[in-house]
Design a protein. Structure first.
Length: 557
């Protein structure tokens, strides 16, 4: 009967722990979602910046597995290269150690306090921000209560001789026991799919005196290897780049633990010397109160040291994983939807990916527009340029479809009011960009009418190119808000839009007047009118896009 009690208490404590971690992670993500998106968009080829991104994002989401899966997704979509991904993974390994410090606090003192403080704003606040902060505090409190419950489940085991005999080999002070403990930590983490949960269990076992301090540290080292399985699973079916990023994570942690094996006895002494409290001190109630701080320090020290050692060799690590993961015979094209189910990703990370795709889409529309101008300037009709413009339009159609479907899936996840409005704005921006591309395509199709007898020359031609350039400048002015993450001057944009509308009406009237005077053939009236209408529609959709960009940058309380 005692075994059954231990099992259901352990499972109940683990459930509360997982639930608390999810509450805490969701609350922090919602509060810092915009920060995460901007941090991810700031990634450069600088390896130190990449490490910083991985560190900050993992501290916010409280899961290196989530960050690793996100990184694999970015590589899969072609939004991040392998060396950038490795830097982010290094940072994620350091960021995940903050979980150990959070749960090393005396849980029996603060768990119920944080639940009591957190549930009030979480349930009753009208402010989204305070609701999410309340959920984060409530989550931390539940983490502490879950750990306390797990610790209570382990207490009877320290006096159970049969259990102690079964783990006696793992508790030994020799290299065989160290390696066995590392392998066990790796295996259990692969099963549980959460290094944070395994770290909590390890600390609970150590603080109740069931396992010794050295065994606990070896288990933590094994957990560092086991957590890489999540990213490897996420890369299945992905691009070669995604597989390389996942394997780089596994290789880095495996190499780091292998190197650490040679220095383990000295490492135990080093950790002991950095914290004055004795990790083997037994309290009157039989608990080991100070061991959790030592485990947290050992976890942090290992990951920081491994990062500092391997950071200068990022290129060599990248070359190694490229060698063990060769390119496929066929050429791969980065594709948004092969990221998998967005429901398994952070909303902020998914939004950052979609935002990057929108910027690419805006760039393609810009290229299409410039190519269209060259197409009209040429004396002779060029079918190759026309075909290229049509090809660009098909690309924007596909991108619009993919972005919209992707973001609709993202919206199924819990998120803040601001994130929900930003996603709706991104769907609108994508739709407006695709509409602009449609009218650029129409404009190119009208050029085909002038390849025979009709010609566009004289004053009407001059006015057309002036208006074409003004529409481009207007589109570029609006698009700057998307590319530069800056607020747009909406009154100025609306005034310019109205001015361009009046200009278009004036152009059509002037051309009709010239036709009535016999300057142009009557058949050009319809074509010229269609050309001006297409440019006017580009103006209208650019103006609507400005409103969507303004909504994307808006702040909500």
């Amino acid at each position: 009967m005692e075994a059954f009690t231990i099992i259901y208490t352990l499972l109940g404590g683990l459930g509360i722990f997982f639930f608390g971690m999810k509450f805490m992670s969701d609350g922090l993500q919602a509060v810092a979602g915009d920060v995460i998106r901007k941090i991810i968009n700031s990634i450069t080829s600088n390896r130190f910046m990449a490490v910083g991104v991985g560190l900050i994002v993992t501290c916010i989401v409280q899961s290196s597995s989530v960050t690793s899966v996100m990184t694999v997704g970015f590589v899969n979509a072609g939004l991040m290269n392998l060396t950038q991904a490795i830097g982010v993974i290094f940072g994620a390994n350091i960021g995940t150690t903050i979980t150990g410090w959070i749960i090393s606090i005396q849980v029996d003192k603060y768990g119920l306090l944080l639940v009591g403080v957190g549930f009030i704003p979480a349930l009753f606040s009208k402010s989204d921000k305070f609701q999410h902060i309340g959920r984060a505090l409530l989550g931390v409190g539940l983490v502490f209560i879950g750990l306390k419950t797990m610790s209570a489940a382990f207490v009877p085991l320290r006096d159970n001789q049969a259990f102690l005999d079964s783990i006696a080999y793992f508790s030994g002070d020799h290299y065989g026991a160290y390696i066995a403990s590392i392998m066990m930590g790796c295996l259990l983490t692969m099963i549980v799919q959460s290094s944070s949960a395994m770290l909590g269990i390890t600390m609970a076992l150590a603080t109740t005196g069931v396992i010794p301090y050295n065994t606990a540290i070896c288990l933590v080292l094994g957990e560092n290897i086991g957590t890489t399985v999540t990213a490897i699973l996420a890369s299945v079916g992905g691009t070669v780049g995604a597989k390389r990023a996942a394997r780089a994570h596994a290789c880095f942690n495996l190499f780091g633990v292998t190197v650490m094996l040679f220095f383990l006895p000295k490492y135990f002494v080093l950790v002991d010397s950095l914290i004055p409290l004795d990790p083997r001190f037994v309290a009157p109630d039989g608990s080991i109160p100070y061991v959790s701080q030592h485990i947290a320090l050992a976890h942090t020290l290992f990951n920081v040291t491994a990062t500092l050692i391997f950071l200068p060799f990022v290129n060599q690590l990248a070359a190694f994983v490229i060698k063990i993961t060769p390119d496929k015979a066929e050429k791969e094209i980065p594709h948004l939807l092969v990221l998998g189910d967005p429901a398994n990703m952070l909303p902020a990370a998914s939004m950052a990916q979609a935002e990057s795709e929108l910027k690419k889409m805006k760039e393609i529309v810009g290229r299409m527009y410039k190519l269209n101008r060259e197409f009209w300037e040429a004396d002779e009709y060029d079918p190759k340029i026309h075909a290229k413009i049509l090809d660009y339009e098909r690309i924007t159609d596909n991108m619009n479809k993919e972005i919209t479907v992707f973001l609709c899936y993202v919206m199924e996840k819990p998120m803040s009011h601001q994130q929900s409005n930003q996603i709706q704005a991104m769907v609108k921006i994508s739709d407006e960009l695709e509409s602009v591309a449609d009218y650029v395509e129409r404009l190119a199709n009208y050029r085909e009418r002038f390849k025979a007898s009709e010609k566009l020359e004289g004053q009407s031609r001059t006015e057309f190119f002036e208006f074409l350039d003004e529409i481009w400048n207007f589109f570029h002015m609006v698009g700057a808000g998307l590319l530069n993450d800056e607020a747009l001057d909406i009154p100025k944009i609306e005034a310019k839009s109205h001015e361009l509308q009046l200009w278009a009406d004036s152009m059509r009237e002037k051309h009709l007047d010239r036709i009535s005077k016999g300057v142009y053939a009557p058949l050009t009236a319809l074509t010229y009118s269609d050309m001006v209408v297409a440019l006017r529609k580009i103006r209208a959709h650019s103006s609507l896009m400005a409103r969507a960009i303004e909504s994307f940058h808006a702040k909500y309380e």
